[in-house]
Design a protein around this ligand. Sequence first.
Ligand SMILES: Nc1nc2c(c(=O)[nH]1)N[C@@H](CN(C=O)c1ccc(C(=O)N[C@@H](CCC(=O)O)C(=O)O)cc1)CN2
Ligand SMILES: NCC(=O)N[C@@H]1O[C@H](COP(=O)([O-])[O-])[C@@H](O)[C@H]1O
Length: 214
Amino acid sequence: MTPTPLRVAVLISGRGSNLQALIAARRSGELAIELILVASNRPAAEGLRHAEAAGIPTLVLDPAAWPDRAAYDAELFARIAAAAPDLIVLAGFMRVLDAAALAPWAGRIINIHPSLLPKYPGLHTHKRALAAGDALHGASVHFVTAELDGGPVLARTEIAIEPGDTPDSLAQRLLLREHVLLCQCVQWLAQRRAELRADGVYFDGRLLAQSLQV
Ligand SMILES: Nc1nc2c(c(=O)[nH]1)N[C@@H](CN(C=O)c1ccc(C(=O)N[C@@H](CCC(=O)O)C(=O)O)cc1)CN2
Ligand SMILES: NCC(=O)N[C@@H]1O[C@H](COP(=O)([O-])[O-])[C@@H](O)[C@H]1O
């Protein structure tokens, strides 16, 4: 039986190319999802324009209007909850989220991160991989927990670091793979093939010993 389309809310802070990839995959029929909301902490986020063009409701909440991170995150997630998503996708959302706000969403919020986790959680991942002299780089989709970029990884995609690569050239080459990785992970979640349980990530009913490769 075909599962009901997954109701997906996407959180962005900037360009929104990963969001665009989800919009395109939804439009082509590749993804059986409903994009029900795009929210951003930045009013000027370019990705909001993509959402508007696709007829997706948007929400902008400027942190400057809240006294602290916990209050902001509580309001942000209360408004997201009002849209009743099945899944929240962080796609270039550039704020560390408060543990209390995240708690009710365990297993229902994922993030795409530009490194081969557990290497390089946080920011400036391309620069750090180059500085370390790594031969491989990549991106990871993980379930979001209070530990920054420390949640269980569902899948990763790898690229070779090439001679002469800069942080920008690496980011640009990786971004195309990110789009594929994120769409594949959202599809597995929409098909109800992947899920987070107390003891780890399950795929087709089996506990994953290691993350999937895309
Ligand atoms: N509690 C969690 N919050 C977030 C997670 C997570 O796994 N747990 N993933 C991140 C996404 N992310 C990397 O993938 C990330 C985003 C933002 C930051 C960060 O240091 N942000 C600064 C502000 C930076 C800026 O405004 O440019 C901050 O919030 O103080 C690190 C990693 C999303 N949140
Ligand atoms: N720590 C979070 C982080 O750095 N996320 C990264 O921000 C970019 C957003 O691009 P986009 O706005 O074009 O999707 C992507 O490369 C994503 O992996």
